[in-house]
Design a protein around this ligand. Sequence first.
Ligand SMILES: CC(=O)SCCNC(=O)CCNC(=O)[C@H](O)C(C)(C)COP(=O)(O)OP(=O)(O)OC[C@H]1O[C@@H](n2cnc3c(N)ncnc32)[C@H](O)[C@@H]1OP(=O)(O)O
Ligand SMILES: O=C([O-])CC(=O)C(=O)O
Length: 378
Amino acid sequence: MTATAPEIHRGLAGVVVDTTEISTVIQETNSLTYRGYPVQDLAARRSFEEVAHLLWYGELPDEGQLRAFRARERALRPLDRTTWELLARLPETCHPMDVLRTAVSFFGAEDPTEDDGSLAAHRAKSLTLLAKLPTVVAADQRRRRGLDPIPPDPGLGYAENFFHMCFGSVPAPEVVRCFEISLTLYAEHSFNASTFTARVVTSTLSDLYSAVTAAIGALKGPLHGGANEAVMHMLLEIGDPQRAQAWLDEALASKRKIMGFGHRVYKHGDSRVPIMQDALDRLVARAADPEVTRLATLHAALRDAVLHRKGIHPNLDYPAGLAYHLMGFDIPAFTPIFVLSRITGWTAHITEQLAHNALIRPLASYGGPGQRAVPGAA
Ligand SMILES: CC(=O)SCCNC(=O)CCNC(=O)[C@H](O)C(C)(C)COP(=O)(O)OP(=O)(O)OC[C@H]1O[C@@H](n2cnc3c(N)ncnc32)[C@H](O)[C@@H]1OP(=O)(O)O
Ligand SMILES: O=C([O-])CC(=O)C(=O)O
């Protein structure tokens, strides 16, 4: 009697592995909710700090809770001397995601409460990472430009302070708003590859820093968060709106993936794209610069060409990549910026995984050689 072959789900496509109360991606309606609230309404009406509170505590903060939350986050932003020394020793040739991954690992090594798995300790560590990671990303971008770091300003909100630490000034409120919208949209997306990675690590009862370090590694890849950088490289490579169609034909003929397009869950458009595209359009209009208009025309031409040729829609990385470029960030900082937002979703999932833990350990169907004798063995 032969055993029936097991059903294989490569890439875990379509597999429901657990429940979550944090967010849901509704394929049929291309929609996304965080703790029940539509993400587009959160992006339009709430600050990123409020969204972080919602993801971690399950509810939007009232005024007093928000004040306390902001005060704690602002107080935690500075880095200590040993972290500065560590960052200064990392080669500038490594990717900024490597810097961020190393920093999180180092924070874990430094944390005296590292093995306390309580909910309170988890929340404190999550807030510490939320507060300190922008300081790392901004200082690393400046270092690569040959500039000294700018200390955080506790008088500024999360998004404004990041601009201040990167550039020494805060841009117009509309630009900050566009950035904050991107942070809200990037914050959480159910069991995506990096969040699932964090949950796998947590399921072994490992610590939060290990889970976040691993998640950063997963996000770095160009099929996931690394796509926002790849989008910008691709647009610069194409260069001219007139070349979009010919470039696409060539790319598809050589079986290249078009970065910033397609999605494992959404097959008819990413729920977050319309709101990010709208924010990007406002940035473009505000710039009133022929070079910016040219890039935006190219961006739209490629989007239309991919949809026409392949029926594939852009994902959030497509408008976010160009938006970050127009805000003045260097391309290698784009995926680290994604981390500054997704740290909220990852840590919410780490806490949830621990609360209802089951070791994550799937099975594999073996396809290697049949059992055979080691030469020389009896
Ligand atoms: C925030 C985020 O992480 S969003 C995702 C960011 N990643 C990217 O933008 C990278 C480019 N996109 C991709 O590689 C894919 O669309 C993924 C990895 C995101 C999703 O992939 P999957 O769900 O595994 O779909 P899969 O790769 O099997 O694609 C199905 C078909 O569409 C094609 N396809 C999907 N996306 C693309 C793309 N971006 N460019 C060209 N073809 C594509 C595939 O080649 C495949 O065609 P085939 O059936 O003829 O072989
Ligand atoms: O959900 C996914 O697979 C990828 C994604 O869009 C995200 O993580 O934001």
